[in-house]
Design a protein around this ligand. Structure first.
Ligand code: PMP
Ligand code: GLN
Length: 387
């Protein structure tokens, strides 16, 4: 066989797939890959089912069906006061993953620098590399995941094309504060760059924290793309319906990439997501509250076994310090061990640090599961480590 992509050749299979397969093989409770074990609202699924039967089922507009673009614009206005024109500033994509690819491929030229916080979500770096971009990492460390302002400034240069950030942040559970966002916005303005914000966990934020889109800060609306996903908001991760809100000129560039990636997204799912986004405030607050109680359950359980846990103010994930129970191996060894021997799968946090020198003593546990499943996982871990 001839040589294939050397950029992708350097990557193995994603850690999510690896750990999910291992969990299946060992019939372990899967607290690795992040997906809820209960499907989202039945009425949303019914709208999709009806649209599947009644149609239309042909290609919708490449920008997304008007109903969904209008619903995204209305959602952004309702929650954040963002004034987006649904016709020019909103693009529907096949999941946040495609939105990320379209933003990166649409905005980055070979040789452009892209500022990223480590740990980072797994698809960011390969897509940047495929676009010819050069990553500049700013490291955040557990348990507080604090930004070092000097390190952040040092990552910017006249060659910076954009910052790609994720808040609420996977895998850390960090929700960026207004102060941190201001620090970022100052640099974005000073170096005249774009910002691409992955906000898929926008509605999974816990008491004491608030999600603030970078886009809403002074001067950011004209240079920021905000990405969200129905997968997380409606607990339907397999649907892969994402959406981007960005100023018209940026949206047009992002759409140029989107038209050659997927072009469009299933219209029945788009229709159902449009319906879902209009749900009342109760739906959104119930989602956050239910996830918060799951976080509390898992966090308290992990602590009762002796694990120290890192801060977690949002997302599906909490990180446990494996050295705090006296485990001296790597996070990867730990995650394999608990999957095969304790019957609980987790994900090693070092998998999210592509540059050298990451700490290898944290494991990411996913808590978007039914309480009885979380309780069973805690019991299995407790029994295993009691031995
Ligand atoms: N960004 C982050 C931070 C994620 O955790 C995920 C995965 N769930 C995605 C993007 C991908 O979202 P989607 O499934 O909508 O492509
Ligand atoms: N976002 C999910 C996670 O972090 C995984 C999505 C995927 O498997 N691609 O676990």
């Amino acid at each position: 066989m001839k040589n294939t992509s050397s950029i992708l050749g350097a990557y193995g299979t994603t850690i999510f797939e690896v750990m999910s397969q291992l969990a299946l093989q060992h019939q372990a409770i899967n607290l690795g890959q992040g997906f809820p074990d209960e499907d989202g609202p039945r009425d949303i699924r019914e709208v999709a089912a009806k649209a599947l039967l009644d149609g239309p089922n042909q290609y919708p507009s490449m920008m997304g069906i008007p109903e969904l673009r209008q619903a995204v614009a209305a959602h952004d206005k309702r929650f954040y006061g963002i004034d987006a024109n649904w016709q020019s500033d909103v693009l529907v994509t096949s999941g946040a993953t495609e939105a990320l690819a379209a933003c990166i491929l649409g905005l980055v030229n070979p040789g452009d620098e892209v500022v990223l916080f480590e740990p980072l979500y797994d698809c960011y770096l390969p897509i940047i590399q495929l676009a010819g971009g050069i990553p500049k990492f700013v490291r955040l460390d557990p348990p507080r995941w604090e930004i070092d302002p000097a390190a952040l400034r040092a990552a910017f240069s006249p060659r910076t094309k954009m910052i790609l950030m994720n808040s609420p942040m996977n895998p850390t559970g960090k929700v960026f504060t207004a102060e941190e966002l201001n620090l970022i916005a100052d640099l974005v303005r000073e170096f005249d760059t774009f910002a691409v914000c992955d906000e898929v966990y926008e509605h999974i934020v816990f008491q004491g924290s608030r999600h603030i889109p970078l886009m809403t800060l002074p001067g950011m609306g004209e240079r920021t793309a905000r990405i969200a996903s129905a997968g997380k908001t409606f607990s339907l991760t397999g649907w892969k319906v994402g959406y981007v809100t960005a100023p018209a000129a940026m949206t047009a560039r992002i759409a140029k990439a989107h038209q050659f990636l997927t072009f469009t997204t299933p219209p029945d799912l788009q229709k159902a997501v449009a319906y879902g986004l209009a749900k009342g405030d109760d739906f959104y607050s119930d989602l956050a509250q239910s996830m918060q109680s799951k976080r509390d359950l898992l966090r308290d359980g992990l602590r009762s076994i002796g694990f120290a846990t890192a801060d977690c103010d949002g997302t599906y994930f909490i990180n446990a310090d494996i050295s705090s129970i006296g485990f001296n191996g790597t996070d990867e060894e730990f995650c394999r061990l608990i999957t095969t021997e304790a019957g609980v799968a987790a994900v090693p946090v070092s998998a999210f640090y592509p540059s050298e020198g990451a700490r290898r003593n944290f494991a990411r546990f996913c808590f978007c599961k039914r309480p009885e499943v979380l309780e069973a996982a805690i019991m299995k871990l407790r029994d295993f480590f009691a031995k």
